[in-house]
Write a protein that binds this ligand. Sequence first.
Ligand code: 5AD
Ligand code: SF4
Length: 454
Amino acid sequence: MKQDKKLHIKTWGCQMNVYDSGRMADVVAPLGYAPSDEAEGADMVILNTCHIREKATDKLFSELGRLRVMQEEKAAKGERMIVAVAGCVAQAEGAEIQRRAPYVDMIFGPQTYHQLPEMIARVTRETGGVLNTEFPAEPKFDALPRQRASGVSAFLSVQEGCDKFCTYCVVPYTRGVEYSRSPEAIIAEAENLVAGGAREITLLGQNVNAFHGEGKDGALWKLGRLFYRLAEIPNLKRLRYMTSHPGDMDDELIAAHRDLPMLMPFLHLPVQSGSDAILEAMNRKHKADDYRRLIEKLRAARPDIAVSSDFIVGFPGETNADFAATIQLVRDIGFAQAFSFKYSRRPGTPAAAMIPQIAEDVKDARLQELQGLLRDQQTAFNQSLVGKTIQVLFDDDGRHEGQIFGRSPFMQSAYIDAPAAARPRIVGQELDVTITEARPNSLKGELVIQKDVA
Ligand code: 5AD
Ligand code: SF4
């Protein structure tokens, strides 16, 4: 197939969006679109948006402004640049985008990108844009071509959407209700990825541990069961998953952490707050002590497990005492890594109407304090590995001259000094590395056995 058209996709936000962008590129590849790093001169530009981060809509419109100029330049030469907006902002604000930026050719939500070829056909036939933000009843996954292996470390989407309705969050409105793929389809795709060279697979989902599907045996498979089965795939070395909700960490999944060494000792488990009053207002459906107990259970099952989390500060009604409870929880747990955000009002969500909203300077001060503590914990965790020998899976992209990068079991980026010529013997391997240095965001080390590879 001749790929003579340039496709540029700009992706904001979570791994799910990164994954979706990859699938969009796959879907339009048969139409002759080849990925390009630049918007300039592209035949189609897709902005894959995320609603969760602040100022998502502002960023979108400023990007659209830039694209409009390029679109007009192309039009002056008699050529066409299709401009599309995808993702959660498209889903939530499609009509507004159409009104403010009528030059946008296609607007489609996360549930409809398998219809891209049809939408492109419509756009090229007609004038006027296409707005496609339906939640279709039929599962979109089945209509997609099989994903190509993206390398040593691959993503596999097992679940989409969320029914949890945390009061600050747009995901249940934009991504729709929880939907899980069938275990059979997931196993087949995992085998396909491994055949294509993947050695690590990360199962993805907005609420990945809510995954539940009917197996060929007629039984209900939850995530734990799926891991036991995936662990049997020859040549697959590592399994991971994200993002999880504390309420869905069941005993079988915890047992999988105990029984399967290849289920990596790293868990991203957002807690959001350490205050029971705030957790309740957030509709998180668990208390701070439930989270503490859960981490204890996980550590009993897998003593070396590193825990990561998300936090929101300045949620409506958050007092100094509430915030102090969050700080206390962080001290009690000890996180290897975490993300923290200032609460940001999302129109249409229940928390947007709650009072009192917290002043920006208070949010700033709390965020700074929390991030300082989390940074110290991350640095201490990275430091604790110096002098230890750990297994690094090298999935280098070759961007750093003289260094080859990989990941530790705990998700840290880890690298060794090595000439580019050594890459083919190292990339794709899981090798023992003695850590010699810890940086805030990476580890440096030396290969233990060099005779086969160096
Ligand atoms: N304000 C601030 N942070 C938010 N998140 C989700 N919605 C909001 C919001 N309205 C954060 C949560 C979630 C992460 C992906 O983004 O911490 O876990
Ligand atoms: Fe949003 Fe996560 Fe809550 Fe679902 S569980 S509503 S995705 S924050």
